[in-house]
Each structure stands twice: as C-alpha cells, then as structure tokens.
Design a protein around this ligand. Structure first.
Ligand SMILES: [Zn+2]
Length: 144
C-alpha cells in the first residue's frame, strides 16, 4: 500500500502513514497527538526545516510577525482557508520575529509571505495579505 511521510508538528517525529489514512485523523506514533488537522499549527525553524524536507503532504507556511498589521489581518483568513481545505494539505505559521533564521533561510523579503512545500521542495510562494478565497485558489492552483 502506498504511504507517505508526515512530520508530527507537535513532537517532530516523522510518521509513515498509508496514503488512504491521511484524512482519517491519524495520530502520531510517538506523542499520540493528531498529525493532520485542518488547523494552523505554530511551528519553529527547526520544525519547519524538518517538515519542509520530509513531508509528502503539501505544507503551506505563513511567515508573519506580531508587529505586522497585514499579517494580523490575514491570520483569520489563513485559518479559514486551512479549515476549508481540510486534510489534503497542512497549514502552519512561523513567527519571523522569534525565528529570524527561518526568514534568512527562505529569503523572505516581506511579510506576510506564504510558501508551499511538497516532497522536500518549495513549489510556490506568494507575498502580501490575501483573503481566504484567494489563499484557497492559490493553493488549489499549485496542487493541480
Ligand atoms: Zn508527535
């Protein structure tokens, strides 16, 4: 049976899951927390590096900071897009003020910026605040 790697965004364990179970509320084999929820998970640079290199389910990461007004405006839109898109993709956010190495590593020039990772690679990036329907359209266009 085909399977995929999915990093637990809570403890960092890379779980191997049968492809047909990724949408069935899989739990981490190490910490028992859900590994694929339609919610936005706050991650740090270490977790970002691991998940962006190892995950085979698309991961969409919002690079933001608390002082950035457009970032704060976009946060609920990003969360809504995550809920609407369900478990086909995962959503995470990283605070670039706390994790400046993440911005450097990924060449973030302005925030908010979103990067979509799949199979260890960046497959798309988008800068500027967007509404949830625009975020969904962007994700879907890059999944196709
Ligand atoms: Zn875990």
């Amino acid at each position: 049976m085909p399977s995929i790697n999915l990093t637990c965004l809570t403890c960092g364990t890379v779980n191997r899951l049968p492809t047909d179970r990724t949408g069935q509320k899989p739990k981490c084999g190490t910490c028992g927390k859900p590994v694929n929820t339609p919610k936005v998970t706050e991650i740090d640079f270490k977790m970002l590096t691991k998940a962006s290199k190892r995950d085979q389910l698309p991961l969409i990461v919002d690079f933001w900071a608390p002082w950035c007004g457009p970032c704060r405006m976009m946060a609920p839109e990003f969360a809504k897009a995550a809920t609407d898109l369900g478990t086909a993709v995962r959503f995470a956010k990283i605070n670039t003020e706390d994790e400046p190495a993440a911005s450097q590593r990924h060449n973030i020039r302005g925030i908010p910026s979103m990067i979509m990772f799949k199979n260890g690679k960046e497959i798309a990036r988008q800068s500027g605040a967007m509404r949830s329907d625009q975020i969904k359209a962007w994700v879907n266009s890059n999944l196709a």
